[in-house]
Write a protein that binds this ligand. Structure first.
Ligand code: KG4
Ligand code: ZN
Length: 336
């Protein structure tokens, strides 16, 4: 029924998260325990450390989600948990906790695809949003254009051949000596730079399909930095950040608009951690306005990893009978 309470659990990377959702759209709590400060000193996520921290954090985070929502575990009707894609050891912690709770409470378990979760974050930010729409998913691990035909019907239009957009942000930030995660750092630095200062490559922009490639761009930035160093020219770091970001955004927008033209869609939805990028949001909004497209993106806190989006995806999946049994396993390479 509309009033079902779903507990969501997320542990695919470096955030341990739990959330309680009433029905499909009413968020009662959204607790996120981030490990970013722990991984920062290593310049990226250390999988073994992530797993261990998830083990310590998962039950306290679930308890806090229940407490904040003002409900008891016995009030929960179903449990949705991320089972992939992600780090296998990290995923296993959330999956095991969810299975144990579902078994103990004798309630249904719903294994959720993390990427679908990112898309569904938009349903929590925009109550009026309904399929069909085009989703541009840009996270640390994935870059994809997904046609969302209905709540439980997706079609992959195309994805990245190599690095994800967020991964490129993180790697470029790393060579520039900026802390992990690099996306927000580049975002901030780029605000002071000229996006047209350096002409970085726009890979596959005219390839006629919906595939992306960002590893060449990353190398181009690295080569540029090295070349300037050889010539003893001091680089304008803000210009590098702005020009790199411009190259990523231009390709994302061009392909998203092309996919919308081909499928005759009028609504575009942004999803994933990179959706938090202020320039991407501004430029997509402008492009949408110009082309008569309705544009949605999640509120900042729902862009990056959280369990509210997992609970929301789980709720709609369950409406179509998408339950899992207690043999549910982590699938690190799960695709859409
Ligand atoms: O979706 P997410 O939280 O985790 C994955 O499922 O991968 O995305 C994390 C990614 C990281 O690469 C991070 O650098 C990037 O999102 N990110 C950003 C911004 N905030 C986070 N990238 C660009 N601009 C931002 N403001
Ligand atoms: Zn994510």
């Amino acid at each position: 029924s509309e009033e079902r309470l779903t507990l969501g659990i997320e542990s695919s990377c470096d955030e341990t998260a739990a959330a309680v959702l009433r029905g499909g759209r009413e968020l009662l709590s959204n607790i996120i325990s981030t490990q970013i400060p722990i991984h920062q000193k290593f310049g990226g996520v250390v999988p073994e450390i992530a797993s261990r921290k998830h083990i310590v954090n998962v039950m306290p985070v679930v308890d806090e989600a229940l407490r904040t929502a003002g409900v008891k575990l016995s009030d929960i009707d179903q449990i949705a948990v991320t089972y992939g894609p992600g780090l296998v050891g990290a995923l296993l912690v959330g999956v095991s906790a969810a299975k144990a709770l579902a078994f103990a409470q004798d309630i249904p378990l719903i294994g959720v695809n993390h990427l679908e979760g990112h898309i569904f974050a938009n349903f929590l930010s925009a109550q009026e949003l309904k399929p069909p729409f085009m989703a541009l998913v840009v996270s640390g691990g994935h870059t994809a254009l997904v046609e969302v035909k209905d709540y439980n019907k997706f079609r992959m239009m195309g994805q990245t051949r190599d690095d994800a957009a967020g991964e490129a942000f993180d790697k470029v930030a790393r060579v520039m000596g900026l802390p992990y995660p690099g996306g927000p750092q580049i975002d901030r630095l780029a605000k002071e730079g000229n996006p047209k200062a350096i002409d970085f490559p726009r890979a596959l922009v005219k390839s006629g399909d919906y595939e992306f490639s960002f590893s060449g761009l990353k190398s181009a930035v690295l080569n540029y930095l090295n070349a300037q160093k050889m010539k003893n020219i001091e680089v304008n770091r803000a210009d590098v950040a702005a020009s790199f970001q411009d190259a990523v955004i231009e390709v994302l927008i061009a392909k998203a608009l092309e996919a919308m033209r081909e499928t005759n869609m009028d609504t575009l939805v942004l999803a994933g951690g990179v959706a938090a990028n202020s320039m991407l949001e501004d430029r997509l909004r402008a492009a949408a306005e110009e082309n008569g497209i309705k544009f949605y993106f999640p509120s900042r806190i729902l862009c990056t990893d959280n369990a509210a989006m997992i609970a929301c995806r789980g709720y709609y999946q369950a409406l179509d009978g998408g339950f899992s049994d207690l043999y549910l396993n982590a699938v690190p390479g799960l695709g859409l």
